[in-house]
Design a protein around this ligand. Structure first.
Ligand code: IGP
Length: 252
């Protein structure tokens, strides 16, 4: 159940292939039930998922964050969930960041390039409530990964960037769809992507949760999402702020 990554182009393909080379399954201890990611996004208005992001292929170094302190600051500012990037090479993350961040008590999304079922088990064992599943990486295996996540008690944020990928996500039975404004092959950002594909998803009868992802810096930029999206995921503009708590408050 490993995706064929030879067909994944650009930066996304490079990162995903490296991730797959590194997977080494081992036996993991159980972890008690984490708080619900889905319920956290269901709250009133547009819920904020704040991301812990130290660096990225598009921005380079962002900030040398302490995951525990960042999670607490995000929580004080009003974030409803935390996205923890655990990819080490391009994003400077690690699995242990989940352990550090979970102290703040908010549901955690393991943000990584899931390319092997073992990565779902890892997410669960390290205390994540949800995992990111990227349709551009998993292709027709998206449904199988979704089912595996469900069995493990994990919510899944199924990420799409094109109408075709949206079709795959809907067909796979995704309950939470993330529309990424950033093209992960080229890293170009277009904030009109999320409203357009979000509308399309609703037209096609999708009644689950919608999350807009990437490129947001100001409250004004969130306006087009209101009434259509349940949540927004913000990384760089928060992680790179001098005062994380204030930065979240300014967006909520
Ligand atoms: O830093 P930004 O532009 O606010 O974006 C956050 C998040 O959407 C982005 O980190 C992201 C979205 N999908 C991904 C997949 C892999 C790695 C990272 C991502």
């Amino acid at each position: 159940m490993v995706p064929d990554l030879s067909r994944v182009e650009g930066v996304l393909g490079q990162i995903a292939r490296r991730r797959l080379e590194e997977v080494q399954p081992y036996s993991l201890p159980p972890f008690p039930n984490p708080p619900s990611f889905r319920e956290a996004l269901r709250g009133e208005g547009l819920s904020l998922i704040a991301e812990i992001k130290r660096k990225s292929p598009s921005q380079g170094e962002i900030a040398p964050l302490d995951a525990r302190l960042a999670a607490w600051a995000y929580r004080r500012g009003g974030a409803r969930a935390i996205s923890v990037l655990t990819e080490p090479h391009a994003f400077g993350g690690r699995l242990e960041d989940l352990v550090a961040a979970r102290e703040a008590g908010l549901p955690l999304l393991r943000k990584d390039f899931v390319v092997h079922p073992f990565m779902l088990e890892e997410a669960r064992a390290y205390g994540a409530s949800a995992v990111l599943l990227i349709v551009a990486v998993l292709g027709e295996l998206t449904g199988a990964y979704l089912e595996r996540a469900q069995v493990l008690g994990l919510d899944a944020l199924v990420e799409v960037h094109t109408e075709r990928e949206l079709e795959v996500a809907l067909e796979a039975g995704a309950g939470i769809i993330g529309v990424n404004n950033r093209d992960l092959h080229t890293l170009a950002v277009d904030l009109s992507t999320a409203p357009a594909l979000g509308r399309r998803a609703r037209e096609k009868g999708f009644s689950g949760l919608l999350v807009a992802e990437s490129g947001y810096r100001t409250r004004a930029e969130l306006e087009p999402l209101k009434g259509l999206f349940d949540a927004v995921l913000v990384g760089t503009s928060l992680s790179g702020s001098r005062d994380l708590e204030e930065a979240v408050r300014a967006l909520c």
